[in-house]
Design a protein around this ligand. Sequence first.
Ligand SMILES: Cc1cc2nc3c(=O)[nH]c(=O)nc-3n(C[C@H](O)[C@H](O)[C@H](O)COP(=O)(O)OP(=O)(O)OC[C@H]3O[C@@H](n4cnc5c(N)ncnc54)[C@H](O)[C@@H]3O)c2cc1C
Length: 377
Amino acid sequence: MRAAVEKICARFGDDYWLQRDRDGKFPQEFYRALAADGWLGVCIPQDFGGSGLGVCEAAIMMQAVTASGAGLSGASAVHMNIFGLNPVVVYGTEEQKRRMLPPIAAGKEKACFAVTEPNAGLETAKLQTTAKRRGDIYVVNGAKIWISTAQVADKMLILARTAPIAEGRKPAAGLSLFYTALDRRFVEVREIEKMGRKAVDSNQLFIDGLEVPATDRIGEEGRGFEYILHGLNPERILVAAEAIGLGRAALARATAYAKERVVFGRPIGQNQAIQHPLAECWMELEAADLMMLKAAWQYDHGVACAPAANAAKYLAAEAGFKACQTAVTTHGGYGYAKEYHVERYFREMMIPKLAPVSPQLILCFIAEKVLGLPKSY
Ligand SMILES: Cc1cc2nc3c(=O)[nH]c(=O)nc-3n(C[C@H](O)[C@H](O)[C@H](O)COP(=O)(O)OP(=O)(O)OC[C@H]3O[C@@H](n4cnc5c(N)ncnc54)[C@H](O)[C@@H]3O)c2cc1C
């Protein structure tokens, strides 16, 4: 699998990604190439146009994408196709699966994941966007932020409040999940100018009177948060795989440069102050990879995987970030030049550090759920 994905990625070299980073155009050619060979449906069941493989295979695929130099620009362009519609796979009706999954597996439709809100941040249970039932439809009003690929998406998976936060009930209890058309007559999509990954947009959404057919609601009303939670661990696993891949791309460039660059009459890589950080990066990436594969194996075998999935995301983001930072410093001043690509990797590597969950919140999770310490927030 890795070799097959690498072969496709080899057609899109670092210069392609540098160009996308400059012009900000969505990498359509890359998206189509993966779609043409059936990769976008890797986790979608075979009955609905996919390959029906596990998170382990998806992780190997996404790691090969980032490691090729495509980085987060490549991975985020297809991330939603790979596992984003898992709530539909698990909780959708037969009719919904037939309608919603094949276009995503074939790459004919793009979707975005609209959860984060400006006034809720990481406290997802406190989302404020509302979906009010009116006969056969829901009318959605509210605002979302950081929604990736909304400039190019046809559909969105959106979490909205169908019941107000009420005393004696958990705030998350009134949230419902919908997979519906991103109708731009009722949704203003405003791009956020950001640090990296320019080719894959992130946006503010202003939703004003969007009518969503009740047939687009996934599962039961009020249980949307539960459905989203089910997909969080695999998402952390995939993000971990992506971070490790990009870290390896950075390490490969740094190592090659350390062998070539001669200063003071010898290759800089002959100095231990250059060698040792690179050796540390290799070990830390390998260790994070093992944790990621453990989590993926657990998920695919129905074993509780939350500690390993969270730990993998944390360790991979830290190891990947260190590798990208070390790659810049190994290149000296040239590390700051776009031509050497490592500054782009470094900017993109901030994303797995920050999203979909912050390192602080992972530490809180491990402290509370694994070590049994009191909840701190
Ligand atoms: C490039 C990019 C793409 C994204 N794409 C999407 C997308 O497609 N769809 C989507 O729904 N979202 C997306 N997100 C949003 C992302 O998931 C959120 O940014 C992330 O969940 C953090 O939320 P926040 O930014 O509001 O941080 P906040 O909740 O405001 O937190 C800010 C900081 O405070 C810390 N903090 C908060 N509370 C505590 C506490 N109790 N203890 C310790 N520390 C605490 C956090 O760890 C964090 O460091 C994206 C974000 C980025 C940057």
